[in-house]
Design a protein around this ligand. Structure first.
Ligand SMILES: Nc1ncnc2c1ncn2[C@@H]1O[C@H](COP(=O)(O)OP(=O)(O)OP(=O)(O)O)[C@@H](O)[C@H]1O
Ligand SMILES: [Mg+2]
Length: 324
């Protein structure tokens, strides 16, 4: 257990809206070892970003973590004060590349300044040291350091995303959470960014949580994959177990929906219906209204996440002794 960089135990994060409580993350457990990449996949709205925000303690209001534990390097970081978390963990220990963030680069500052400034302000580096580090970071993410003098609009989408990755790496974190890092990019650039993440893992030994709705993309570079549905993990296993031997009917659907031509988005047409309203999730298994192999128990009781083969877990009554 001690080699786990991150261990999330039964975390619950709800949004307390005027229209009801949205159970966005409802009892999720996940662990990431040193140098490991864990992919998290699932349809839009299943709670992937909320899980990421919970880990880095940036859940926006009216959201709140209402239960569970997050251990980073063996320490329960939910118990830290906001100030201690900011000083010890956020960016230094765990950093995040936010969904859609490449468009959040400030248009009026040169990219080098945007990388260097937090290093001066937060890490106390001198100006010379900070710029040296900024050039080094650009090089690490495959950008000619001379580009430090460019403004964001002078860079392509792929380069902007590389700058965001450079910023996430700037304080040498042990864990980087990348939330949909390639969504707005074309297929060729997507592959380049994925390769970059793969190399970073190899060369810097960092751990990565990679979030996307594109299962094909993460299966390729992740050691393990977690499939989320309606605020819960429904299947978790080694990448090849999930991809070659999906067990949960939802995972089977996701794997089947992987387009022949990578990167081209397709509707999950063969899984009828849509994910449930997380203010009133269905009883029993949350997937049952869309499941074509359900049994009566699925409507009544929630299936536990059980290990069906070493390191391969599934929450489905079809694989549980409770169904017999
Ligand atoms: N600030 C908020 N206020 C209220 N509800 C929210 C808020 N942010 C997220 N939610 C709800 O929480 C649920 C999970 O959202 P989340 O953004 O985590 O999903 P996601 O899996 O990241 O989706 P996507 O693939 O579209 O990024 C959704 O039902 C969403 O509507
Ligand atoms: Mg998201």
């Amino acid at each position: 257990m001690s080699e786990n960089v991150l261990e999330v135990k039964d975390i619950k994060t709800f949004f307390y809206t005027a229209k009801g409580i949205v159970r966005a993350v409802d009892g999720v457990s996940i662990s990431v070892r040193k140098g490991e990449t864990v992919g998290i996949a699932g349809e839009s709205g299943c709670g992937k970003s909320t899980l990421a925000y919970s880990i880095i303690r940036l859940v926006p209001p009216p959201g709140r973590i209402t239960g569970g534990e997050v251990f980073f390097m063996g320490k329960d970081v939910l118990k830290l004060s906001e100030e201690d978390f900011r000083k010890e963990v956020r960016w230094k220990g765990i950093s995040m590349i936010f969904q859609g963030a490449m468009n959040a680069l400030n248009p009026v500052y040169k990219v080098g300044d945007q990388i260097a400034e937090p290093l001066i302000l937060h890490k106390g580096l001198s100006k010379t040291e900070a710029y040296k580090r900024a050039y080094e970071l650009l090089q690490i993410v495959g950008i000619d350091p001379r580009r430090a003098n460019n403004y964001p609009h002078e860079l392509s989408g792929g380069m902007k995303q590389r700058v965001m990755i450079a910023m996430a790496l700037s304080l040498n974190p042990s864990l980087v959470i990348a939330d949909e890092p390639t969504t707005a990019l074309d297929v060729v650039i997507q592959a380049q960014i994925m390769n970059l993440l793969k190399n970073l893992k190899k060369e810097l030994g960092i751990s990565i949580i990679l979030i996307t709705h594109d299962l094909a993309l993460i299966a390729e570079i992740s050691d393990k994959v977690a499939i989320m549905y309606a605020g819960k993990i429904v299947e978790y296993g080694l990448s090849e177990q999930i991809y070659d031997n999906p067990l949960h009917p939802y995972t089977k659907g996701l794997v089947l929906s992987v387009p022949r031509l990578r990167g081209e988005l397709r509707e999950l047409a063969w899984i009828p219906g849509a994910p449930p309203d997380l203010r009133q999730p269905p009883p029993g298994c949350r997937f049952h209204p869309r499941c074509n192999v359900k049994i009566p128990l699925c409507i009544k009781e929630e299936p536990p996440l059980i290990e069906v083969e070493p390191s391969h877990y599934v929450a489905c009554w079809l694989y549980s002794s409770g169904s017999r």
